[in-house]
Design a protein around this ligand. Structure first.
Ligand code: SF4
Length: 424
């Protein structure tokens, strides 16, 4: 019997609104069984835009669903709905298409379901509450368990640090403490992120012997200390240093990039262009390469540094929902996040905050700096969707090089300085 799925306590709604964004953006890998099943459905190539249903994708070492010349999955019909789904029902589709945008993390004796905010309906909170999807998510959990029977129940908790192992209930208490700090409605969202970073800074040196007597009282003390010690005014923190800025821009470049689908960057591809884009991000001067179609033309790196004050309450609520979903669904560490430790995964998630704020400024750059409060909820949602498209999925972010960069940012206190700088 498969593990039960537990709903998230945070309010999150979703329903598919058939925008077809995922069908145009992602290359869906198919297993040999899925490929065989679709072949037996006897699709005529003429229905599929004259293209074969599958194509070999060297980058993933697997067959994947083919796309038409305009970039859409060959099975996307003119009504923006999946032809396989329409003709044979949802069970006939590849598992990846069925499960998206849900995420599943095996957490001890249950699954935790989350959502990818790359999907516009998830980001915009449109549809029924997640709890209404419990039955279908349980089916998805079954599908995942069938791939590797028994593995979910044996999934080990992510260590705090390499080799520092705690039971699942303690790891979840750490996550709950982070969630509580993110949920505090009395303070600006940037301060909440910095409190989480202070909490991490205080808790990281604690060794297993100190935690042996039970983590609950220690976490309470550390959370109170984090609230007490984190400066409330971001202006009191010194600006990010040279190393911090450079490593930040390298991460921002990964999050700002889109290679497939309708949002693919508009610059020419090729080694030289990529090298030039990397050079521009390294120096942080001149115009920002349009690695994603949403980046306005002629936006400069300098424009993205313009201060614009605190976020309004709608934007704060949106960011609260996003980060709480990521934390509560344990999408930031362990198997869902390149197998990272709890602390490394948390630092990676915290780095997305300045990245999102940077992207938010870039996307509104056409009206900056003349309009200091140019941010809108729609732009912020776009920025989060861009970042969430990569978080936990773009393998570049899971490389040793990138994780080392995040470690340097955390150890030098640059994560907190970046969060403060882009909260101005
Ligand atoms: S991106 Fe989301 S809303 Fe749009 S088709 Fe995919 S699952 Fe549905």
């Amino acid at each position: 019997m498969s593990l039960p799925v537990r709903s998230l306590p945070v309010i999150q709604n979703w329903d598919c609104h058939s925008c077809s964004d995922c069908c145009r953006t992602y290359h869906v890998r198919v297993t040999p069984e899925e490929q065989q099943r679709i072949i037996q459905q006897n699709w005529d190539d003429s229905v599929l835009g004259g293209r074969p249903a599958f194509i070999w994708e060297p980058a993933i070492g697997s067959e994947r669903l083919n796309h038409t010349a305009d970039g859409a999955c060959v099975f996307l019909g003119p009504d923006q709905r999946c032809r396989i789904h329409a003709r044979f029902g949802p069970e006939a589709k590849p598992a990846a298409c069925r499960i998206y945008p849900f995420t599943l993390a095996a957490v001890g004796d249950h699954w935790r379901a989350g959502l990818r905010y790359a999907c516009p309906s998830a980001a915009e909170n449109r549809g029924r509450p997640l709890s209404d999807h419990a039955a279908e998510v349980a089916v998805y959990a079954d599908l995942v368990e069938q791939e590797s029977p028994g593995a979910a129940a044996k999934e080990p908790p992510p260590p705090l640090h390499p080799g520092q192992n705690l039971p699942w209930e303690d790891i979840l208490r750490f996550a709950d403490t982070v969630d509580d700090l993110l949920a505090d409605p009395r303070v600006p969202f940037g301060l909440r992120i910095r409190r989480v970073l202070t909490f991490a800074q205080l808790a990281k040196p604690m060794r297993s012997a100190a935690l042996a007597g039970g983590v609950r009282p220690i976490l309470k003390v550390l959370a109170a200390a984090a609230i007490e010690e984190t400066p409330t005014d971001p202006a009191t923190l010194s600006p990010p240093g040279w190393v911090g800025r450079m490593l930040f821009r390298q991460a921002a470049m990964v999050y700002a990039r889109k290679d497939n689908g309708p949002d693919a960057g508009v610059g020419r591809t090729g080694k030289l262009t990529r090298f030039w884009a990397a050079w521009q991000f390294a120096t942080g001067r001149g115009t920002i390469p349009r690695l994603h179609r949403a980046i306005p033309e002629r936006t400069t790196f300098a424009q993205a540094e313009t201060p614009w004050g605190e976020l309004d309450s709608e934007s704060t609520q949106f960011l609260t929902r996003y980060y709480r979903v990521k934390v509560q669904s344990l999408q930031f560490c362990g198997r869902p996040h390149f197998g990272t430790t709890f602390w490394m995964g948390l630092d990676c998630l915290m780095l997305t905050f300045p990245v999102v704020m940077w992207l938010n400024r870039v996307l509104t750059a056409t009206v900056l700096p003349s309009t200091p409060r140019a941010s809108s909820l729609a732009t912020l949602i776009r920025a989060v969707r861009m970042a969430d498209d990569h978080f936990g999925y773009n393998t570049v972010l899971g490389t040793a090089r990138q994780l080392r960069a995040v470690r340097i940012l955390a150890e030098r206190g640059e994560l907190a300085r970046l969060a403060a700088w882009y909260s101005r």
